[in-house]
Design a binder for this molecule. Structure first.
Ligand code: SF4
Ligand code: SF4
Ligand code: SF4
Length: 286
């Protein structure tokens, strides 16, 4: 089966996926548990403590006071972005349980059943379009808090819904806390943008503020020439385009032997490095 071939080819990445789950998602949530233990806090430890979405809502709406005491969340965001700047969005490509789960599920689906618009649209344009609307909602919700608009961003969060799904597996009564926004997210993230999406990263491409901002940092870092990034040397390319097929982020665009790598979506997963039988891809500095 294709998924077994993929797992074998790049096994350490899939081991990292398991670590990502164990580190961030409750019940284990080992990293979050350890950090809260170290801070002497007895608060609940789950994926919400390193929220991917609301910190950006607070930043763009100027609500900085809310960060008080949220040391783990602040450290997590800074760490993800610093790593993205110097080494690429490694959290997205190697650890994030939200993106990794849909990528794996998508690999189980036959290719002909999956949405693939990679040749029709530039994912970077839609990514930045999403970010612009996210900022707009954050700003508007600040002024319209009295109208009940505030909090819209939290309802539509795949990370939150991922934790809710796991909670229900361990405690079925948690289903009582599901809301209509969360069910819509399951449709958009897990089903449409995941299982039925070529690469399984539809939500990551168009709906995650942490993902798009990580790629802005990666793009900026790659421009400096001192940081790590994927490079392609066409000399030995046989134009098989397995690399394009395997890229979960629609970051590879072919023009005959020339291949463009879109730094606005590449998540440094190294699938292209592993799949190319001519070693045309390298992950290196400079
Ligand atoms: S884009 Fe967001 S959801 Fe996707 S892998 Fe990155 S952090 Fe996770
Ligand atoms: S997998 Fe390698 S040989 Fe095949 S198209 Fe991509 S770069 Fe060329
Ligand atoms: S270009 Fe390569 S490293 Fe970047 S997302 Fe695609 S497969 Fe992964």
């Amino acid at each position: 089966m294709k998924i077994l071939v993929a797992l074998r080819r790049h096994k350490w990445r899939y081991v990292a996926f398991v670590f990502g789950f164990l580190l961030f998602v409750s019940p284990p949530a080992l990293l979050i548990r350890a950090a809260y233990h170290w801070m002497g806090s007895s608060a609940n430890t789950d994926l919400h403590k390193v929220c991917f979405r609301m910190p950006w809502d607070w930043i763009f709406s100027g609500d900085f006071a809310i960060f008080e005491g949220r040391y783990l969340m602040i450290s997590f965001i800074i760490a993800v972005l610093v790593v993205a700047f110097f080494f690429g969005p490694l959290f997205c490509g190697w650890l994030c349980p939200v993106g990794s789960s849909t990528e794996l599920l998508s690999r189980l689906m036959p290719r002909k059943c999956k949405i693939n618009l990679s040749h029709k649209i530039n994912p970077a344009v839609l990514r930045y379009g999403f970010l612009a609307s996210f900022v707009l909602v954050a700003v508007l919700s600040t002024y319209a808090a009295g109208l009940g608009v505030a909090g819209i961003c939290c309802r539509y969060c795949a990370a939150s819904q991922f934790q809710n799904i796991v909670n229900v597996i361990f405690h079925p009564t948690e289903l009582a806390y599901w809301h209509s926004g969360g069910i819509m997210v399951i449709g958009a993230w897990l089903i449409l943008g995941g299982i039925f999406w070529q690469g399984g990263r539809g939500w990551c491409l168009y709906n995650c503020p942490l993902g798009v901002i990580s790629n802005i940092f990666h793009f900026a870092g790659s421009k400096l020439g001192l940081t790590y990034k994927i490079k392609h040397d066409p000399t030995n390319c046989t134009e098989c385009y397995k690399c394009e097929d395997v890229c979960p982020s629609w970051a590879i665009k072919r023009h005959s032997k020339e291949i463009d790598i879109n730094r606005h979506t590449c998540n440094a997963c190294l699938e292209c490095v592993k799949v190319c039988h001519k070693s045309c891809f390298k992950y290196e500095r400079g």
